[in-house]
Design a protein around this ligand. Structure first.
Ligand code: SF4
Ligand code: FES
Length: 256
């Protein structure tokens, strides 16, 4: 598609600090190239605000390559916008028709409090990872291919789960602010492979306990999480997490 330059009305959530009330503010932006990424459009908006002596809009970003999971924002009612399997940084302005309004909001969940504007505190996810999202022994260097036979379907499934970038869109999309898709991706990724299997049940118990402590809601299987996940993580991982968790609970009840 040939490059065009569009105009937009940008309606964005402004909130000076965690305690202030916050409100939507409207801005007009002209000359937005259809080849720009969404974050480049945000940079352009901020340059115009700075030139006028106004406070730029605060938003998180890092890799801008769809890898780090930082670029958390709701765009026109969808986490990361309405293009399936795409993060905000990989979204292009050609997805937005000329002369339309683009509404931008922060993730909304009690466990992700707003720091400023679109920037929210997602350190609850880090604490869940610290509760068990790792292998606690030294597994050595990367092995030669095929040294440890793993069926291809299992390797593919573990790889799919490992694609989770910890962005939090699943929480933002869920009416209960549940973190089950994120936790299940982390649990699945390790539970499927021999190195992670030994601690799979303990890991599930610890990560779920931390998830509950952080105040995320329960999963009611509505599927909004996987529908909005930019890495297309499927709900079958939630089923695996439930299995690991249940087995851990039944086993520990017998042990007591
Ligand atoms: S499961 Fe998907 S939406 Fe949730 S944190 Fe991982 S990548 Fe983001
Ligand atoms: S900025 Fe890293 S995933 Fe978007």
């Amino acid at each position: 598609m040939a490059e065009q330059h569009n105009s937009y009305k940008i309606k964005v959530w402004r909130q000076a600090n965690p305690k202030s009330k916050g409100e939507f503010k409207n801005y007009k932006l002209d000359g937005v190239s259809t080849d720009m990424s969404f974050l480049e459009m945000m940079d352009m908006l901020n340059e115009t605000l700075v030139r006028k002596g106004e406070d730029p809009v605060s938003f998180d970003h890092d890799c801008r390559e769809g890898i780090c999971g930082s670029c958390a924002m709701y765009i026109n009612g969808h986490p990361h916008g309405n293009v399936r399997g795409v993060t905000t940084c990989q979204l292009h302005m050609r997805s937005f028709p000329n002369n339309t309004t683009i509404t931008i909001e922060p993730w909304r969940a009690a466990a992700f409090p707003v720091i400023k504007d679109l920037t929210v505190n997602r350190s609850a996810f880090d604490r869940i990872i610290q509760a068990g999202g790792y292998i606690s022994v030294n597994t050595g260097n990367a092995r030669d291919a095929n040294e440890m036979p793993i069926p291809k379907e299992i390797a593919d499934e573990a790889f799919e789960a490992a694609a989770c970038i910890g962005c939090g869109a699943c929480v933002a999309a869920c009416k209960n602010a549940s973190a089950m898709l994120f936790v299940s991706a982390k649990v699945s990724q390790l539970a499927l492979l021999p190195q992670g299997k030994a601690e799979a049940q303990k890991r599930a118990e610890n990560m779920v306990a931390q998830m509950d402590e952080e105040g995320f809601g329960s999963c009611t299987n509505t599927g909004a999480c996987s529908a909005e996940c930019p890495k297309l993580i499927g709900q079958e991982h939630i089923a695996r997490l439930n299995r690991e968790y249940l087995t851990a609970k039944v086993t520990s009840d017998f042990v007591k």
